[in-house]
Design a protein around this ligand. Structure first.
Ligand code: HPA
Length: 264
């Protein structure tokens, strides 16, 4: 068991967690939905992300939601912060040590599809690792050869789609292209991403999906669409805009996630 997992058990108790949820840019308010909450700053947990990006939290929350024991990582470290694609590995290993069999990921993303608009939620059905980096580079065992078929678990996705339809959240699905950032894409890069078959583009999530599958977890991921990709609309793309627009997606995720956790 990792040192961080031992620390978490000591502070929050040793009852296993059902799932871990990672919150993306501007989505940290979802942490408020957790009951009986214990808050542990990342700084107290060995290997957890330091530093940070504005709009992201830096706490681990342990509590209950929808009758399940859940861990919420209120912020992530992105590849673009220090060039480390495996930055989330220690934190996700700790989640696996605590018993998490499911990994729920959220992010903000730019849409490449005119039918998926800012404020919409998009369940990720698959990804394109355009950044070309991999968090398992350097892993010395044969476990590094992770099978990525159905890496965005189809059962979890179907459940979320059903809930989204029932709650009238207009939930869409599509393919996420991981672009390293931190600069946004050029107009030509967005046109390329469309030709490659992507539906949305963002700067996170794909390395965590690889790590989650490596750790044997079932993975679900959802993008909150904050803007159209560069050149696809007249809006000015910026991090401020992302944080402002994420509020709309967060409102929908606040309905979707508790219902999904209840059905896990
Ligand atoms: N590109 C990359 N990442 C993003 C975007 C985008 O347009 N919007 C929010 N995150």
């Amino acid at each position: 068991m990792t040192k961080a997992a031992k620390t978490i058990r000591k502070i929050a108790g040793s009852e296993p967690i059902a799932a871990a949820l990672v919150l993306g840019s501007g989505l940290s308010s979802i942490g408020d939905l957790l009951a009986d909450k214990v808050t542990i700053p990342y700084s107290e947990l060995k290997g957890f992300p330091g530093g940070g990006v504005s709009g992201h939290g830096r706490d681990l929350l342990i509590g209950t939601m929808g009758g399940k024991r859940l861990a919420i990582l209120t912020g992530r470290e992105h590849y673009y912060e220090h060039g480390n694609a495996a930055a989330m590995r220690p934190a996700l290993e700790a989640m696996a040590d605590l018993g998490a069999e499911k990994l729920l990921l959220t992010n903000s993303a730019g849409s490449l599809d005119e039918n998926i608009r800012p404020g919409d939620l998009m369940l990720i059905s698959d990804h394109i690792n355009y950044a070309g980096m991999n968090p398992l580079i350097g892993e010395p065992t044969d476990r590094r050869f992770v099978n990525m078929v159905n890496c965005y678990d189809s059962d979890l996705r179907a459940k979320a789609q059903g809930i989204g339809d029932r709650l009238d959240l207009n939930v869409k699905q599509g393919i996420y292209l991981w672009y390293s950032g931190p600069s946004f894409e050029t107009v030509a890069e967005i046109q390329m991403a469309i030709r490659l078959g992507a539906t949305a583009v963002g700067m996170s999530t794909a390395p965590e999906v690889i790590l989650g599958r490596y750790l044997g977890m079932k993975v679900w991921a959802c993008s909150s669409i904050t803007n159209m990709g560069a050149g696809l609309s007249n809006e000015h793309i910026s991090h401020e805009h992302t944080k402002t627009m994420a509020v709309q997606g967060a409102e929908k995720l606040r309905k979707l996630i508790p219902a999904l956790v209840e059905e896990l």
